[in-house]
Design a protein around this ligand. Sequence first.
Ligand code: MN
Length: 726
Amino acid sequence: MTKEDIYLPLLEEVTKYLKTKEHLDFIKSGFDYAFEMHAPQKRKSGEPYIVHPRDVAITLAKYQVDPNTLVSGLLHDVIEDTPATYADIKEKFNEEIADIVEGVTKLDMIHYKGSKASQQVKNHQKMVLAMAKDIRVIFVKLADRLNNMRTLGFLDDARQTRISRETLDIFAPIAHRLGMYRLKAELEDLSFKYIYPAEYQEIAGLLTDKKENRETDVENMKNDLNKLLDSENFIFDITGRIKNIHSVYYKMKHKDVDFEEINDLLALRIVVQTISDCYRAIGIVHSKFVPLPGRFKDYIAMPKPNMYQSLHTTVVNRGKIFEIQIRTEEMDEIAEKGVAAHWAYKETAPSKASSRKSLENIVSSKLRWYSELIQYTEENDSEEEILNIFTDDILNANVYVFTPNGDIIDLAAGATPLDFAFRIHTKVGEKTVGAIVNGKIRPLDYTLKTGDLVEIKTSKNSVGPNENWLKIAKTSNARSKIKNFLNKQRREFLIERGKEELDREITLKRVDIKITDDLVEESFKNRGIKTLEDLYFEIGKNVVSPIGAANLLTGKEELTDEDLLEKINKAELAKRRYVHSDINIIVEGLDKPSVRLANCCNPVLGDEIIGYVSRSSGIVVHRQTCNNVESFEEARLLDVFWGTNTLVKYVSNIKILGINRDNILAEIVHSATASKAKILQVSAQSNNVKEGIIKMRIQIGSLVELNHVISNIQKLKGIYSIERIG
Ligand code: MN
């Protein structure tokens, strides 16, 4: 076989969609390079090695991939099997091709260790990471694997079995997820043949056995349908379908049915021109043939997560059961080629599907899980987290629910409204205070079912996730976000507490000292504390004693009496001028205006606040997050600050939502009191889903104290959410 003979079949396939000399020369140069590099090698079949990369490129050309992907297919084995390096490829071709080839090479390094779940997860993970970087890596890899499977017969038994298992466990599911049905079916059938040769032969035998009968049945039905649709002014095409052997086996095994009971063996596909034709056609089919109850499926209105769209029905004709699929040409193309159908390269619009970013956009817009994967990759730093989320929540998804906009969200089995909320957005999850499923209020630990319409109630005053949520949330995505929140919240809370304690000790020492990060680092070198914030955190955790820290930081540097007097005078002066000490608010530049705290949002010391110059009652201090603030005139807002009086008490209202169990009210009251809150008023009621709603009016000294109360209540069993209300 000459070099030209080997190249010709690829050229034939490529010229079906690439015509320009520039492109054809480029692909030829890729072939020449691969030919040269692989020249001394032979495959197990005895053929020159180059036949393999050529075949991979032919497979890719059938999907009309862009020239870079095609050349990557030709070069996919050169880094691993020849002296060529990444740098060589980058120099001779371009960086994109070098990246794809390197990605494929890395995937080859994964050693498949068997079908154990943990191993499978690891392997999936590597695929996923490569996929998140550039989905074309996976595409080249799938083409590579398909061609290896086709020539597997030349390997020994042990390798045949191992490679087939790997294909069935890893590559076929990925192809399925990408909607590449044709490739997936071939991968499955080839693997099945090597792993279960007896079963394969048996089913293949059964399929050919009564093939003639079946073909006659299908032919008859086809004629009937033709006549029927012809009378209705349709442009359509009807074909019989062949079921892949592995899926027949899968059905027999998992549904425990006999071969004869598989009723989609007699299957037809009607391809029409428009979506409305699809519905027209199904109406006509149903008007003539009796549909089997429960077998009509509308995947046009509700596509599968891998983008598959079609109408399915099962009808009876002449005593035989037929499965019929109805779809448009475009849907048919996508059903066969999956996401690859969308990035078919067009020379007339060369920029469209050629760069990694634009490809990512195309795939993201078509495959929800892919856009989620990319989103996770952007949100999370830890590869491990991304992988857990992806494998647990996306690959294993089996509950499909709707957003109020009609978008489908796929979640792992057992998922709850919290999982849904965090899937929508981290911020939605963190502010969740309730769930409405199919128009009814449901508890946050409600188990979602496929088809549920889920709406999440949020409140910007929600204090956010608590430990209980970790028990309610079932998906890795939600759990990882809840943990992040809790860690961060805990740290912030402890820093605040540490600061308060250290400030108090330093004030007591009557020392005028500015504590800087440098001073902290110098004083606490031996304990690994580097910044003031770290020190507060350590004090907050009770790891460092505030008295000890104050001693260490201030040394012996006490103030003289004169210094002290001057300081106090300054402070007093400041107070006289600005501070309204009854409510502990400072208004700059105004002499004794009337000031009060707003009772719509009840600010407490430590809240971010803003003043509003009201028309009749002076300055009213609101929380910055108060709903009313949005509607205020900009010109009437002014900056206000908290004073230093720590004796003032503040009122706060909180609303607690939780399981309506025995004693919960008593426990909440006890917890609040033990956290030094004074309870002014409590009311409790329950709603129709056995949730308790408890409203409490309490008195506390600061936001730190309020957060302390809240975090202690959150620790109680069965608390869903807490929010500060009016
Ligand atoms: Mn290969």
